[in-house]
Write a protein that binds this ligand. Structure first.
Ligand SMILES: NC(=O)c1ccc[n+]([C@@H]2O[C@H](COP(=O)([O-])OP(=O)(O)OC[C@H]3O[C@@H](n4cnc5c(N)ncnc54)[C@H](O)[C@@H]3O)[C@@H](O)[C@H]2O)c1
Length: 344
């Protein structure tokens, strides 16, 4: 095991949302670094199988709890990573009031925990704080273009309020906080049925079903592979001095959804047609991080190209047992959708 300098004496890291897609990879990486890890999760979107290989390890503790309830650990912690929040639109819109509570009350509870322990705190924020951006690519000093009354607001505004709390704790010298603005991240352990674009397309291709594309597919996203993202989170938590500013973490490669669909078809060898569906309300048209700050402060930039990361993801989904899961496409309220061949 590579014991890094990050954890010379055994330190304890709490990962809220540790049974989720990103959280489970982070728990693994922290254990690998020598941390004792406490995973707190209510299993809203997290899955026991994500942490199945960790449960039972001496340095791993699982607490099944909603972060909206204050935590009483009975032991000190040195690091608090707050990843607790459903991340896919169908999931966070299913109970929007709980999503806002998780972002605001949950973050407040975890900040209090960090403050009372003198622990460092890292908030998993999101590119959604930029809303449907008018600035491209998005830099951290862009204040965003968010609709505070739309169906995505529970998440977008919830995460913005969480950032506000973090920076108020920092200004008041109550906690050493760091804020990562995460852009679309993908990889093994994504929930195949939670309606995110990469998992949707890969699952549909593997099962030879039509690939659903919202709008005309020309909207763009940037896709970061999970191992790159987790490395960025660890570096941001460890860096000294405190950057005292949010840091974008994402892959600056920009792809249209049609380009992504073409790549998925090529890598899976499927000839599935495309089904076009109406664009959901407030769907961002363009997304690409400016990662100059992460490069300068953390010496970080993504290493895994989309083709390579997608292949790993396809292998993971292909080996899953419960492949017959229909992805959640909760926004497909109009039904129907025209089947067309995808022009290669
Ligand atoms: N994956 C991405 O592309 C992405 C992009 C931007 C931001 N993020 C942020 O990163 C974090 C992790 O995202 P993910 O992709 O792993 O999503 P995920 O849904 O797989 O993981 C979220 C985890 O939080 C848990 N959770 C949700 N509400 C909770 C609550 N109230 N109390 C306790 N646990 C709760 C879930 O059960 C799940 O295990 C989220 O905060 C998300 O907003 C992710």
């Amino acid at each position: 095991m590579r014991r890094s300098k990050r954890a010379e004496k055994t330190q304890t890291a709490l990962v809220a949302g540790g049974a989720g897609f990103l959280g489970s990879h982070l728990c693994e990486a922290l254990l690998h670094d020598g941390y004792r890890v406490i995973c707190v999760d209510n299993f809203l979107t997290g899955r026991m199988e994500n942490i199945g290989s960790l449960v039972g390890l001496a340095r791993f503790r699982l607490i099944e709890q909603d972060v909206c309830t204050p935590l009483e650990l009975g032991e000190p912690v040195d690091r608090v990573f707050n990843l607790a929040c459903a991340a896919s639109p169908p999931r966070y819109q299913a109970d929007p009031i709980h999503t806002t509570r998780t972002c605001v009350i949950g973050t407040l509870n975890l900040l209090e925990l960090a403050a009372s322990n003198g622990a460092r705190f890292l908030q998993a924020s999101t590119s959604e704080v930029y809303g449907d951006p008018e600035q491209h690519p998005q830099r951290e000093d862009y204040v965003g273009h968010v609709n505070c009354t739309g169906p995505r607001a529970c998440y977008d505004e919830g995460k913005r309020a969480a950032e506000t709390l973090c920076f108020d704790y920092l200004r008041a010298a109550m906690a050493d906080i760091r804020v990562a603005r995460i852009f679309n991240t993908y990889g093994p352990r994504m929930d195949p049925a939670d309606g995110r674009i990469v998992s949707n397309l890969v699952m549909q291709a593997i099962e030879k079903r039509p690939l659903t594309i919202f709008g005309d597919g020309r909207q763009t996203r940037s896709f970061c592979y999970v191992t790159d993202l987790v490395e960025g989170l660890r570096r941001l938590m460890d860096v000294d001095p405190n950057p005292r500013e949010p840091v974008n973490l994402g892959n600056p490669g920009e792809f249209s959804i049609l380009e992504l669909a073409r790549l998925v078809r090529e890598l899976t060898g499927t000839r599935s047609p495309v089904k076009y569906l109406p664009l959901p309300q407030d769907d961002p048209r363009r997304r690409r991080p400016d990662i100059s700050r992460a490069k300068a402060l953390l010496g970080w930039s993504p290493q895994v190209p989309l083709r390579q990361g997608l292949l790993q993801t396809i292998v993971y989904f292909s080996n899953m047992d419960d492949l017959a899961t229909e992805p959640v496409v909760a926004i497909d309220r109009a039904g129907g959708g025209k089947l067309q061949d995808l022009q290669l």
